[in-house]
Design a protein around this ligand. Structure first.
Ligand SMILES: C=CC1=C(C)c2cc3[nH]c(cc4nc(cc5[nH]c(cc1n2)c(C)c5CCC(=O)O)C(CCC(=O)O)=C4C)c(C)c3C=C
Ligand SMILES: [Fe+2]
Ligand SMILES: [Fe+2]
Length: 360
């Protein structure tokens, strides 16, 4: 078998550090055809759907891919803009901002790029480009704050699949989670406080996370615990008492039990318990996407109002907010430690000076 060769090997060339941001991925367009292609790749991943392969092949190809693409395309049509899919354009914007922040901090010789686990741009295309640029040390930061085998684990699989074909592998650092990272928590706290400043507080703050089947938790996936810890740390940062916030799980798929409490059922029940205003924030989504804009911003708003709720607000994701970009950049810098970084000394000194001024 032939491996992907690095034809341009030359002695004495400086190694570069690469930073690869990754996210889930999104269909190329909001059409049933593009959805079928995207969902086939996504739902064929054994990390996502842990069901015996042969049985799942028949269910996926015989039933799901004949029904869901049309339904999902309609939902995606409500969130696609002139710039395309929100998940994609927010990731582009985050990548540019992280590259600029790292350069401003003196890390001028770092190659920053992004790839999507499903759809485009693929891991293979982006890794090939990075290797051609001379990247020999690589940090991969999946933009999933909480670890789950179905997301972060699957990201590692795809990376490994690419590496299995390569002759010359880079040094690798993989950030498997950052659910309790102080910068990330501070960015969430700031996001919510900024919303409060404009709109005031509500009776309850809901932290809604994407769900996974309960079976995965019982088999040892730490995702559930990490979500609860993130909620607790954000609530502490906001000075909220336990009865002022809730942690719930959204986006169920299929018939088996998923992590509870379910976001939709909670929102349907809250007005009956005397809660007439809620604000919903989704700490697990580093960028707004179908699951936040349409499912939380629209669908669940209707459930709450239909049940008698008076005021419902979705607090948008961290996206490319400066606090988020600072947190991600710091996470990357922390993971660069010990690697020879060709930082521009003048810029590094200037960044240090600016930082110390901010602290004073
Ligand atoms: C089928 C099982 C699924 C598991 C398990 C799952 C876990 C999971 N997903 C995210 C983040 C996102 N999921 C998104 C969309 C989406 N998710 C599933 C299914 C599972 N997800 C489907 C079928 C879809 C596609 C939309 C649909 O047809 O309903 C997205 C949005 C992508 C976008 O283009 O906007 C995100 C983000 C996490 C974090 C997670 C486990 C922790
Ligand atoms: Fe999902
Ligand atoms: Fe959804």
């Amino acid at each position: 078998m032939g491996y992907i060769n690095s034809k341009d090997f030359s002695h004495g060339r400086a190694d570069k550090i690469g930073v690869l941001l990754t996210n889930l991925g999104t269909p190329d367009e909001a059409s049933p055809k593009a959805l079928k292609r995207y969902l086939k790749q996504f739902l064929s991943d054994p990390r996502v759907v842990e069901v015996p392969r042969l049985l799942w092949w028949f269910i996926l190809n015989g039933v799901i891919l004949n029904i869901r693409p049309r339904r999902s395309a309609k939902a995606y049509q409500t969130v696609f803009t002139e710039q395309g899919s929100p998940l994609l354009f927010h990731t582009v914007s985050q990548t540019k901002a992280v590259a600029a922040e790292l350069a401003a901090q003196g890390y001028t010789d770092v190659v920053v790029d992004f790839a999507m686990r499903y759809g485009n741009p693929s891991f293979q295309s982006v890794l090939e480009r990075m290797m051609q640029q001379g990247v020999r040390k690589l940090i991969v930061l999946p933009l999933y704050p909480q670890y789950s085998a179905s997301t972060s684990g699957s990201t590692f699989d795809e990376l490994a699949r690419d590496f299995m074909q390569r002759r010359w592998l880079p040094d690798l650092r993989f950030v498997s989670h950052y659910h309790d990272n102080p910068g990330y928590i501070a960015a969430c706290v700031e996001r919510i406080k900024a919303h409060w400043q404009q709109h005031g507080q509500a009776d309850k703050l809901l932290f809604s996370y994407h769900g996974i089947p309960k079976r995965y938790l019982l088999n040892g996936d730490p995702y559930h615990c990490e979500c609860y810890k993130t909620s607790r740390l954000i609530a502490e940062g906001l000075g909220l008492a336990p009865e002022q916030y809730l942690t719930t799980f959204q986006s169920r798929f299929g018939r088996e039990e998923w992590l509870k409490p379910y976001t939709d059922e909670t929102l349907k029940a809250l007005p009956g318990q005397g809660v007439s205003s809620v604000q919903v924030f989704c700490p697990g989504f580093s960028a707004d996407c179908l699951e936040t804009i349409e499912e939380i911003g629209e669908e669940n708003k209707e459930y709450f109002e239909h049940a008698g709720g008076k005021r419902y607000e979705y607090i948008s994701a961290l996206n490319d907010r400066p606090e988020h970009i600072k947190a991600l950049s710091q996470l990357i810098i922390d993971n660069l430690q010990g690697w020879q970084v060709t930082a521009d000394p003048q810029r590094l000194a200037r960044a240090k000076q600016l930082n110390s001024q901010e602290v004073q």
